[in-house]
Design a protein around this ligand. Structure first.
Ligand code: NAP
Length: 515
């Protein structure tokens, strides 16, 4: 790939089609276009830079890198994977201040990595992709965006899994008169001080928001549909001596990371292979609930009725104790409707409400982006997934979509370890694919349907033994076909093994014409 080192993204012009229309910017071409500048997009961009490639662009609809960590600015936002594990292997951070990092520190880290590897200039910020279509005759992707047209030989889908807010279909939600916003779109203008606030949802976001705003509000009602399993969060601030050791002793940094990695990796045995092993952990969680919540009735309603791990296990030391406070109420009756200034529940209750926080999760298995990506037959990812389910080869390639590499694609989710590990595995696979294509003068690669089917069957067979597939809870891990197309069914190092090299024999290829 050519180096265009001194140019900005807007200068990377390979083709100007026809007479330039003053109203529309000229079409721009890059060998690789990445959609999304979150953790995955940044990881890919850094690897490209380290390879000496510069003919790539990252189209990012926001105004900064960071993706979900840029967007989730709600009070209490933090990661539940330990800091020294939740970082890129190529950019270990000696400066983490806590064992579990807060959103601001993670966002700062991602920014610093982008700066250190000088990839910001490859970004086109404020660039929303409206659609991307594979042109088989030209052998390239053609994109329409809010910043004009782009073309690329290779398209990398780093649009993320936890970024599109899922809004509940509660009648009357749009008639509510006060501030109402999703946890991932926190309204910092809305002053919750002294207000009657409702939090709908009790997932990973809600258990952080509830204790963080409890002091500030006059009344807090938490609307729970399903009780989550909660475990202690081994959180603490690092001492000066520890931080000095992380900074001065790279070996110590790596050692801590390895210990954390293997300690987390071991948890998958219970989650994916032998759910019975999780029984003692359930006992620990119940004991924590008994110890932390005084009222036996509230305790009963906070007790989950499904096997631990079926939904994401949450970590918090402050969520349960919040319910000991007079003004924090747990509501477990179904919400009937929302009015201008109140929430009505199915038991006839009417709760005065000044502000509503929707901590209702994300569109994961039905991402709206799927409606924007069109493959070889002119069908969108959404149409194809609707027909055959979210089948995907190694979480990365989809039959019918040549030269498309999805990062954090179907079945790459983990319930036990760092997603950054999975992202780096996929980036290895992508980089090897690009190198293989260049070496062999291949114009396009498209995963074979039989290879994809075989891979999906093996995956689903393994998942059938996992706690996520017990059918005892409803979770966003399952798609509308009832298949678990979110989680990786084993050790994360097994994913590294299957993505170590690009396996060309699983792909159809077309070759560049020789002049
Ligand atoms: P979530 O885990 O999907 O939780 C959504 C919550 O909203 C659930 O309690 C759900 O109830 C409830 N809900 C959804 N629709 C509803 C409706 N119509 N009426 C009433 N309740 C409704 O979403 P999240 O908390 O934003 O977390 C999503 C994921 O983001 C996490 O699993 C995690 O991977 C990641 N995350 C991580 C952290 C962290 O590292 N600490 C923090 C935040 C997010 P049901 O359970 O009954 O469906």
């Amino acid at each position: 790939m050519d180096s265009t080192d001194s140019k900005t993204p807007l200068d990377v012009v390979a083709a100007v089609t026809g007479d330039p229309d003053p109203a529309e910017p000229p079409e721009r071409h890059a060998h690789i276009i990445v959609i999304g500048g979150g953790l995955a997009g940044v990881a890919a961009a850094v690897r490209f830079r380290l390879k000496g490639w510069d003919d790539f662009l990252i189209l990012e609809r926001g105004d900064d890198v960071g993706g979900t960590w840029r967007d989730n600015t709600y009070p209490g936002a933090a990661c539940d994977v330990p800091s020294h594990l939740y970082s890129y292997s190529f950019a270990l951070n000696p400066d983490w201040t806590r064992s579990f990092s807060e959103q601001t520190e993670i966002q700062d880290y991602i920014r610093k990595v982008a700066h250190r590897y000088d990839i910001r200039r490859r970004h086109v910020f404020g660039c929303e992709v409206t659609d991307a279509r594979w042109n088989d005759a030209a052998g390239r992707w053609e994109l329409r965006t809010s910043k004009g047209r782009f073309t690329a030989a290779i398209l990398v889908g780093a649009w993320g899994a936890l970024c599109e807010p899922a809004l509940p279909d509660i009648p009357g939600l749009d008639t509510f008169g006060g501030p109402i916003f999703h946890s991932a779109r926190w309204s910092h203008e809305a002053d919750l001080t002294g207000k009657k606030v409702a939090v709908i949802g009790t997932g990973a976001s809600a258990v952080q928001i509830v204790p963080a705003i409890a002091d500030q509000v006059a009344e807090l009602r938490v609307y729970q549909r399903t009780a989550p399993w909660i475990l202690p969060r081994l959180e603490r601030r690092y001492t000066k001596a520890e931080r000095l050791a992380f900074r001065r002793l790279p070996f110590y940094r790596r050692l801590v990371r390895s210990v954390l990695y293997w300690a987390h990796e071991a948890q998958v045995v219970g989650l994916a292979r032998r759910p019975m092993l999780l029984k003692p952990v359930e006992r620990l969680s119940r004991a924590k609930l008994r110890y932390e919540v005084r009222d036996p009735e509230v305790r009963r309603r906070l007790t989950p009725d499904y096997r631990l791990g079926c939904k994401r296990i949450l970590l918090s030391n402050s969520y349960y104790p919040a319910f000991n406070r007079e003004h924090v109420r747990l509501v477990t009756t179904r919400i009937d409707k929302v009015g201008v200034d109140a929430i009505a529940t199915a038991d006839g209750g009417l709760h005065d409400t000044d502000a509503i926080i929707l901590a209702t999760g994300f569109q994961v298995t039905d991402s709206p982006t799927y409606r924007k990506i069109f493959g070889r037959h002119g069908r969108s990812l959404c149409e194809v997934f609707d027909d055959v389910g979210r089948k995907c080869y190694k979480g990365t390639a989809v039959a019918g979509f040549p030269n498309l590499f999805i990062l954090v694609g179907p079945n790459t989710g983990l319930g036990h370890n760092s997603m950054i590990f999975m992202i780096e595995c996929q980036v290895n696979y992508l980089v090897d694919a690009v190198e293989t294509m260049r070496r062999r003068r291949i114009r396009s690669v498209e995963v074979r349907a039989d290879a994809q089917d075989r891979f999906s069957r093996t995956l689903q067979d393994k998942l059938s033994r996992s706690v996520w597939n017990t059918g005892r809870c409803s979770s966003w891990y399952m798609d509308k076909h009832g298949a678990n197309t979110t989680m990786w069914p084993g050790f994360s190092y097994e994913f590294r093994q299957v993505t170590r090299t690009f396996d060309l024999d699983a792909y159809h290829t077309s070759h560049a014409e020789t002049p």
